[in-house]
Structure formats: C-alpha cells, structure tokens
Design a protein around this ligand. Structure first.
Ligand code: BG6
Length: 487
C-alpha cells in the first residue's frame, strides 16, 4: 500500500529474524536501529524480533546487553519504558548448524504470526549464507512475502560470490533480496544525490572538462580490534573498497537517473562500475598501493602492529589500499579518481574531494595561488560541505589571493540526532524499497573490477609497512593540499 501524501510504502507487520543475532553487528547496530524507528513511532505495526544464535545463551542477560547498547545510542536517557516495551518483542533462539529440527521449532514460532512478512537478516560470514538459505527453504520458511538481507562481503571472489548468489536466487526472487552496504544509509552519503541532482550549480560543472581529479578517502584510526579472524581473510580491498568506496564512487560519478525508482538509480550505478578500467600486471604497479600497519603511537598511546593484533607471525593481508582508478566513459575521460582507505591512520575521517581545473587564463599576473576551486564533502565524523574559493587579501598593492572556504556544517542546519545508517536501511527493506541496496549485476560488476586487482597484486606489488598512527604509505598522501600520486 502506498501513502498518498508521501508516496511512501506502508510498513507491514513483520517478524525480523537475525542470524548472528547475538553478534556484535546485531547488538550494536541492527537491534538499536529497529529500536529507534520504533521509539520514533515510524514502526506503528506489530512486529517480533528473533535473534538466532548457535550458542547456549541466557536470554535475560542478552536483553540486558541489548538494553545497554540501546542506551549508548541515545542522546537522553529518558526512554527506559519504551526500551522495555521494545525488548518484550525480542527473543533469543538457539539453532544448531544445519539442524532441521531447530528450524522446525523456528517455524512453529513464526507461525504464531503467520500473516506477517518474515525478514531474514544474515548477519554472519557469507560462507554460511548458502547453508542457512537452503535450510530455510527445505523447512518451508520462505514465501512470497519473505525478504532476505545479506551483509557484505558477499563471497571472497567473483566465483564464490556467484555461487552464493545462485543459491540465494533459487530461494528468493531478486525483489526479495537486499544486499546491504551501510554506507548507503548514511545521511551524508544520501545527500550526495541531493547535492548533485537538486542543485544546478554543481551538476553543470560535474565532468572531465571541469574537474581535474576526484579523491575519495575513508581513513580509520582504529585497527582490526576483535575481528582478527574475519579481517585476516578479508583485508581492506574486500572489507572496504569492494563495497563502501565503490558505492561512494558510483554516487559521485553516475549519470542522473531518470527517477528515484530503485532500478533507475541502480541502472546508472551499474554503468559506472562496468566502465571502470580493469587492471593488468603492468598497470597495477603504477596505480595500486597496499600496506599493513606496524607498531606506532597515537599521542601517548602505544599501538600494536597488525601481526600482534591478529596474534600471528606472518600475514600478507593489507590494512591499507590506495588506487588510482579511471572510468572510461564520456563524462570522466582522463579524470583520475583516487580511492584510499586504511586502518590505524592518524585520524578518522571520510572525505570526497573534487578538485576543479585551473582557469584557462589568468588576468592576475601576480596571483600567488593557482586559479582553481575545490569542493570538499566531509562524510564523517563531522558532516560538512566546503567550497574552497579564492578571495582577494584586503589592502593596496595589487591582487594577492587567499583560499577561503564557504562552509555548510550540517550540525548548524539540522540539530536533531543524526539517525544511524542502519535505521534508514532497515526501514527501507521492511517496506520493500530496494533503491539503497545492491542489485545482482551491480555486485557482479564490482567483483569483476576488484578481481582485476586481486588477481594481479599478489606478485606484482609489495606490501608496504606503515606505522600505526601515521597517514599510511607515502606519508603525505592523505594531505588534501597535495595531489597524491601513486608513484
Ligand atoms: C565495515 C567494515 O563495513 O565498515 C569495518 O567491515 C569498518 O572494517 C567499518 O571499520 C567502517 O564503517 P564506519 O561507518 O565506521 O565508517
């Protein structure tokens, strides 16, 4: 049903079943996101939450932990009664691996609310997706109303991703599959579409004719923390580049979609991914850098090396990757796009910097700065858009310039709590809106490009060690005033 005023689909009653329900992501993000949408009265229908675990757990203690995480995500601690009401709908259910009998029990439980849609959220490593999906299917737990949510990375290469997709697609139709990338739920990331397609000023200049280069940086100050097992098999290329950075790139580089219809948007994103220039043994040497953090310090705090963090003597897994990419299409011909991400950087921040070209001619012979502009889109931790422009330094004696920023800080304009990325995405998927989720062909195109790196980089490029708390290999490459070159 569609709300006639807002053109928004109504939420139907649902059972939300989280596999990996007692895991970190579920406790920190998924369940608190559902809570906030409930507390803000966006979810007005009836619902249940079933957290699936493989361990024997104590439901009372589990709910207490959930409560603590929810409290952490609140600005004011005045919602105890609502939290308790919310938690009444949560149950912890133990399911043994592949065990038909436990799935049958789940079925009995879900049939108490038989008319509800069942949303299955796979918050587990993708190696477990196929088995869960097959058992759901053979237990007759999937119908036309059901939905499945898949956390990234889907597989570890093109082949394994295809194999998983085949199994999921045999049980669910594409309209029922939600491949989640939480970056697409971030307010600042969604604002990229608004910035580009609701403002005349920028879109006219958004092409190779006017833009010299684009730099997309996601720098994290944390290391791998408690995720050694997962991270050492994954690395920065699959953990961040294959999904989050490529999604940012799509939003920055795509053509205007004909509408906000999910397929119209995703068609344009696929075209960007398909136009990415593939790497080979030669081009990878010039255009890709990988690194791994060693010991270092952040102020007074001493930081471990990656090997110490994962408790191994040896590992070739990269915790930093930087790529000079090209999109071979009309709009972006010869415009380098720098993508970089790393753990244990000096500071946590995510930026998209658009460096505009220098003006073709200067009428100011003494100008002390090149005549060009820069647009900086700060995605996190602050949310800000900054347009760097040249201004005359006041005073006699000719024209001397200073770059000055026009700044829009979101916090000044929008003072409410910024919803977490998962809140928007979870509501969208319960509603069945796929705009912010990856389609099968989008994922496939992303894998093809990543595979051209993954296949070629083991032998061809060295793993550069960098100090924890630094800016990674090459030191100054994250300094936005310096045009970073991979050489
Ligand atoms: C996750 C990665 O998808 O994104 C993590 O697995 C990473 O390694 C995280 O730390 C970063 O997300 P955010 O929202 O903190 O930028």
């Amino acid at each position: 049903m569609v709300d006639s005023h807002q053109n928004i689909k109504q939420i139907k009653p649902f059972n939300f079943v989280v596999f990996g329900g007692d895991g970190d992501l579920s406790k920190r993000k998924i369940i608190p996101a559902l809570f906030h949408r409930f507390a803000d009265k966006q979810i007005k229908v009836d619902f249940t939450i079933r957290c699936i675990t493989r361990n024997l757990s104590d439901e009372v203690a589990f709910k207490q932990t959930l409560k603590e995480f929810i409290l952490l995500s609140l600005k004011e601690n005045d919602k105890n009664a609502i939290i308790d009401d919310f938690l009444k709908r949560v149950a912890l259910i133990k399911i043994e691996k592949n065990d038909k009998a436990s799935y049958d029990k789940l079925k009995v439980d879900l049939e108490k609310t038989k008319s509800y849609q069942n949303v299955y959220y796979f918050s587990v490593p993708s190696s477990a997706f196929s088995e869960i999906c097959n058992t759901l299917k053979s237990s007759d737990l999937i119908n036309d109303q059901s939905k499945v949510v898949l956390e990234k990375p889907l597989g570890y290469d093109l082949k394994s991703s295809r194999a998983i997709n085949d199994i999921i697609s045999a049980a669910f139709k594409e309209e029922q599959i939600f491949r989640i990338d939480h970056y697409l739920g971030k307010e600042t990331v969604q604002n990229l579409m608004v910035l580009r397609f609701a403002n005349h000023l920028f879109e006219r200049a958004w092409n190779a004719e006017n833009i010299e280069d684009i730099q997309i940086t996601v720098a994290e100050s944390l290391g791998v923390e408690k995720r050694a097992g997962y991270y050492d098999k994954t690395g920065a290329l699959l953990d961040m580049m294959q999904n989050h950075l490529l999604q940012l790139l799509c939003l920055i580089a795509m053509e205007p979609p004909s509408s906000l219809n999910p397929n119209a948007v995703r068609n344009e994103k696929v075209k960007v991914l398909e136009s990415l220039r593939l790497f080979d043994k030669e081009s990878i040497k010039e255009n890709v850098v990988k690194g791994q953090y060693t010991r270092g310090a952040n102020g007074e705090t001493k930081l471990n090396s990656y090997l110490e963090d994962i408790e191994k003597y040896n590992s070739e897994t990269e915790t930093f990757v930087a790529i000079k990419a090209h999109i071979d299409n009309w709009r972006w011909k010869n415009t380098p796009i720098y993508l970089r991400t790393g753990k244990r950087m000096k500071k946590r921040y995510s930026d998209i910097v658009i460096n505009f070209k220098e003006l073709p001619h200067s009428i100011f012979p003494e100008s002390n700065y090149p005549l060009k502009n820069k647009l900086i889109i700060r995605l996190q931790p602050e949310e800000r858009i900054e347009l760097v422009q040249l201004s005359k330094v006041p005073g006699p004696g000719g024209y001397r310039f200073k770059p000055i920023s026009l700044k829009l800080d979101f916090i000044d304009s929008f003072q409410d709590r910024m919803p977490d990325a998962y809140e928007r995405l979870i509501i969208d998927l319960i509603r069945g809106d796929q705009t912010l989720f990856m389609r099968h062909d989008e994922l496939e195109a992303a894998w093809i490009w990543i595979e051209s790196i993954n296949k070629n980089w083991k032998k061809e490029i060295p793993l550069i060690l960098y100090e924890s708390g630094s800016w990674g290999p090459g030191n100054d490459i994250l300094d936005e005033n310096i045009k970073w070159e991979t050489k």
